[in-house]
Design a protein around this ligand. Sequence first.
Ligand code: HQG
Length: 185
Amino acid sequence: MKDPNIRISKFLSLVLRHAPETIAVSLDKNGWIDIDTLLAAAEAHGTSISRERLDELVYTNDKQRFAFSDDGRRIRANQGHSVDVDLELVAVAPPAQLFHGTATRFLDSILESGIQSQSRQHVHLSGSAALAQRVGARHGNPVTLIVQSAQMHADGMAFYLSRNGVWLTAEVPVEYFELPKSDAI
Ligand code: HQG
């Protein structure tokens, strides 16, 4: 991997979303870790990150994956966790429709059991079909499902908007999504 920022972003995603034990640290119940503790543990486990590079990465990250606490002493991932943390998300009303990008190879299973969060804490939904298509392409031949989010919300299901603009919900039952008409599968 050529770009060191991408390598470090992936490293931070691993530690701050999925496996802090990789570098023998833990996150607090809200997903935060002290920045000095994080950088010292990263260094001790072979990944040296200067404070300047961390600042640059947090502020310029393409998806704003990470955030500093208000006092500037701690850092956490904005979403995408598989470890059990409470991001203190506030439920908000979603737009009429949202989009979920997936791969065609998952469709049979999704049509059977709905869109599930799998290893993560929430199902991730995008505000635009184009963005969802890019998320789906990470897994293979992409297909974008249209989610009737306002209807779900009216039926009592909670939605959250992460600090970096990803819509989150617990699951999308089969009756609330459809394939785009143009998608020949
Ligand atoms: C699929 C990236 C079979 C689901 C993105 C997805 C996103 C099912 C995959 C964030 C299923 C899980 C999350 C079912 C869902 N049967 N497969 N019933 N229900 N699936 O990576 O949404 O770059 O955990 O469609 O931008 O792809 O990491 O979720 O294909 O925001 O910051 O199971 O990750 O952000 O895959 O991506 P993932 P995702 P970052």
